[in-house]
Design a protein around this ligand. Sequence first.
Ligand SMILES: *[C@@H]1O[C@H](CO)[C@@H](O)[C@H](O)[C@H]1NC(C)=O
Ligand SMILES: *[C@@H]1O[C@H](CO)[C@@H](O)[C@H](O)[C@H]1NC(C)=O
Ligand SMILES: *[C@@H]1O[C@H](CO)[C@@H](O)[C@H](O)[C@H]1NC(C)=O
Ligand SMILES: *[C@@H]1O[C@H](CO)[C@@H](O)[C@H](O)[C@H]1NC(C)=O
Ligand SMILES: *[C@@H]1O[C@H](CO)[C@@H](O)[C@H](O)[C@H]1NC(C)=O
Ligand SMILES: *[C@@H]1O[C@H](CO)[C@@H](O)[C@H](O)[C@H]1NC(C)=O
Length: 441
Amino acid sequence: MEESRRTEQVVLLHSLKRLIVSFVCFLPVSLVGLLIMLLLIYNSFSVFSLHLDPIPPIKSTLSLNQQQVPQHHPSVSLSSAATLTSSSKSDSSLLLAVKETTLGLAQKQNVSSTKTERRDELTPATATQKPQGKTRQRFKTRINSFLIKSSCESLFFMTWISSLESYGDRERFTVESLFKSHSNSCLILVSNSLDCERGALILKPFTDKGLKVLAIKPDFPYIFKDTSAEKWFERLKKGMFSPGSIPVEQNLSNLLRLVLLYKYGGIYLDTDFIILRSVTHLHNVIGAQAVDPATKQWSRLNNAVLIFDKNHPLLEKFINEFSRTFNGNKWGHNGPYLVSRVVARFNTSSSSTDLGFSVLPPSAFYPVDWTRIRRFYRASVNESEVNWSRKRLTHLRKHSFAVHLWNRESKKLRVEEGSIIHQLMSESCIFCNSSSLHFSY
Ligand SMILES: *[C@@H]1O[C@H](CO)[C@@H](O)[C@H](O)[C@H]1NC(C)=O
Ligand SMILES: *[C@@H]1O[C@H](CO)[C@@H](O)[C@H](O)[C@H]1NC(C)=O
Ligand SMILES: *[C@@H]1O[C@H](CO)[C@@H](O)[C@H](O)[C@H]1NC(C)=O
Ligand SMILES: *[C@@H]1O[C@H](CO)[C@@H](O)[C@H](O)[C@H]1NC(C)=O
Ligand SMILES: *[C@@H]1O[C@H](CO)[C@@H](O)[C@H](O)[C@H]1NC(C)=O
Ligand SMILES: *[C@@H]1O[C@H](CO)[C@@H](O)[C@H](O)[C@H]1NC(C)=O
């Protein structure tokens, strides 16, 4: 009995030992396993949670990088940005992407297209409306009251985007010749520099004579509103807020004339013309600057004169083209080349009549090619030159509404007494015994 008890005790002891051993050997293993599992779970959890939440930030930094990389290759950023933005807004988004990458603004911005879109809509409301609010009211009400009280036979527009100092005798003479042949018409001079007291002094001789001229600062957001120029302008402004804002306005002149005519209708004129006779009977015309001698078809149009009714569909196409293809680095691309490009697309006679406009021959507004303008400023030196001048003058008086002087080519030329220009000026002057006939440029 005692032996069996002993063996039982031994067995018990053994099993106890085993238990202890198993405790010592196995439990810690499972504990370690448990701990490891817990750690793994925790780890994987944290790994997952780390991966789940920050995916958008990771993606956005990636796409930011994509935008930063092509900083020196705007054409690449065009395509990468195009895929990121919604198709409906692609025109203007493309520009935005180019402007932002070139200026390194992309870093500041999340790339999500909806967010940038919302930012766009916010900025005009918050950033620009406050400072522009007063000008906006003034622009709208001043133009309207000017038009109401003036009862204009027709409405002319000019723009002057340079300084007041550079508004000289030539520019004043364009206004003079304009009123000589259109004394009952109105002229709106859209200009930052002329819309002030010193500008009013320059225009005083005209207003003293009862001629209807208004110099007014442009309110671009108001003018561009509800056209495709609106979004484009917002983007340009955001990209160009850096100091030099004058070059922006220089390029804006090409757009401004289109939108002014689209909103108000009338006649746009550059400031380097001599107007020879009334154009008030012309409607919806654009002038050709050059004609292909072989085909007799126009080869180049110019935007220095535009005569269009309000809301004309061709103007809308010009504005769309400007917003879509603006290139601030190519001269003429947004101006003369633009109107040529667009009209060439509606070249077939049927669609040209559909849009309702006509192209006038060079003799109408551009009777002198810019390469030959020099001769028109010189006095005749012998009989054959006198004969030539007389013939040209007769032709101009008969066939031309105005003579474009190609300021870029001719601004340094002196008007010699007896030259063709001098004779035209003496016929289209209002203040004929003032100094304007004897100025030298
Ligand atoms: C992206 O947007 C979020 C929330 O709109 C903002 O907290 C974060 O700072 C932005 N990141 C960058 C790089 O602008
Ligand atoms: C404006 O156009 C001129 C060429 O006519 C160009 O040199 C200039 O860079 C342009 N400026 C802007 C802001 O686009
Ligand atoms: C315009 O059409 C005429 C024929 O109708 C053609 O001879 C001419 O080359 C075309 N011009 C342009 C710029 O497409
Ligand atoms: C007239 O003057 C021009 C320019 O000086 C000259 O080229 C031309 O040969 C002259 N003609 C005559 C007939 O003298
Ligand atoms: C100039 O014209 C007159 C008359 O029109 C003519 O008699 C004369 O021969 C011409 N002179 C020259 C140099 O062509
Ligand atoms: C034109 O000249 C005459 C004499 O030279 C002068 O009496 C007159 O006041 C001048 N008129 C103007 C508008 O300057």
